[in-house]
Design a protein around this ligand. Structure first.
Ligand SMILES: [Fe+2]
Length: 407
């Protein structure tokens, strides 16, 4: 759309952007404005540049360096978003852009593509391909940034917030990439193929919980603890994720990671009860990143743990492991609270049966509470000890995390 050269506005029609996000080698199709405050509380917005086609590159570089902030008209916001998506790699590699700003840009774009893929519902093969392509495109541009230790500074700012499936998925993919980059010796992958391998792992992280779109909303959004039946329903998300992505042509390693990201090292996980070497390495990392992020996120029924507290739980040996396993097995077997027959026209018997039903429900609730509490006593049985130690060493390399007391 054509814009005027000058606007008088209360500021609501314009958006501030960082001039450093403009790549001198990539032409813009949106106009840049500067802003002047006026005595009447309004602003004057004056056009600095209609688009970057009209001026020589050298001059553009000088202009961009001379501005601290520039504005775009909100009618061209979509053009700018598309531009940032196309130039994400340039932005993330820019030495003068602050890590936190880079993280903000990345999270905005990643949220958009993950939400798009969650909304797609994967009803057609074309939808599926399109969603995967968008995610792969974003991740391949962001890979050098997210797999570097410096990016953990931006990641640290995202920890401790409310749990949301899409931001959780982004962080899991991100942590998985950082881990692989810092521990390439664990994987039998040629150096030249390492980047592709990290992309596959990150795509798996971004999509590992996609099957949750098939879980009823009242279970997914439940504010309290899950009862036994809901616990079993939630566990079906790994199988749903795999079936939704069945036609996606995702590499085998990504699919395995998505299916097995809840398998525990001692065989007590789901969906298959795999243990030790049966669990693919990429799935082991995704599992660690997944639990770490879940514990450090806030939920309506629990406060966020700090990274130190979360990893202490994850590395801790559970003194009540046998009892915990009994509760877990019971939750799988007794996922339904038994329904009591109500005897017609027998008031006393009816009351007695109702009371029995109430007692059973109370008992089941207590056992759910106990199961949840017991899990927090130690989770080392869920993870590969070497992988968990390396995970702690990896994130401890960033100054934003101090986990030295765990090492
Ligand atoms: Fe999951």
């Amino acid at each position: 759309m054509d814009l005027a050269a000058e606007y008088f506005d209360d500021g609501s029609s314009f958006v501030a952007i960082d001039p450093l996000s403009i790549n001198p080698k990539s032409l813009t199709d949106f106009s840049l404005f500067e802003r002047y405050a006026r005595k009447d509380g309004q602003y004057r917005f004056r056009c600095l540049l209609v688009d970057s086609k009209s001026i020589p590159r050298e001059r553009l570089i000088k202009m961009l360096a001379s501005w601290d902030v520039v504005y775009i008209h909100k009618n061209q916001n979509l053009n700018y978003t598309q531009y940032v998506k196309k130039n994400l790699e340039f932005i993330l590699k820019h030495e003068d852009i602050d890590v936190k700003k880079k993280t903000g840009t990345l999270i905005n774009l990643a949220t958009e593509v993950v939400l798009e893929s969650f909304a797609t519902n994967f009803v057609s093969r074309e939808d599926c391909k399109w969603a995967i392509k968008n995610i792969e495109n974003l991740i391949s541009q962001a890979m050098d940034f997210i797999s570097g230790i410096e990016s953990l500074e931006g990641m640290a700012d995202l920890i401790g917030h409310d749990y949301q499936t899409h931001t959780h998925s982004i962080k899991v993919g991100w942590l998985t990439a950082t881990f692989i980059n810092a521990n390439p010796d664990l994987f039998e992958v040629e150096t030249a193929q390492l980047k592709d391998f990290m992309i596959q792992a990150t795509v798996a992280g971004f999509l590992h919980d996609i099957g949750k779109i098939k879980i009823p909303k009242n279970v997914i959004n439940k504010k309290g603890k899950l009862n036994n039946l809901e616990y079993v329903i939630i566990q079906s998300h790994t199988a749903y994720s795999t079936s939704l992505l069945f036609e996606s042509k995702l590499p085998r390693s990504s699919m395995q990671t998505i299916l097995y990201h809840h398998e525990n090292e001692d065989g007590s996980g789901y969906p298959c009860g795999l243990s030790g070497d049966q669990i693919p390495l990429m799935a082991k990392i995704c599992h660690i990143a997944d639990v770490f992020d879940a514990l450090t996120s806030k939920r309506p029924y629990k406060a966020a743990r700090t990274p130190f507290e979360a990893l202490k739980i994850m590395a801790g040996e559970n003194p009540y492991l046998e009892t915990l396993k009994k509760f877990e097995a019971e939750a799988m077997e007794n996922s339904k609270i038994p329904v009591t027959v109500i005897v017609k026209d027998d008031y006393e018997a009816k009351l007695r049966r109702l009371r029995e039903k109430e007692l059973l429900e109370e008992e089941a609730k207590k056992r759910v509470e106990a199961r949840t509490k017991l899990r927090d006593q130690g989770m080392s049985h869920c993870f590969d000890t070497d992988f968990l130690k390396r995970f702690i060493v990896t994130i401890n390399k960033s100054e934003s995390f101090d986990l030295s007391r765990l090492l």
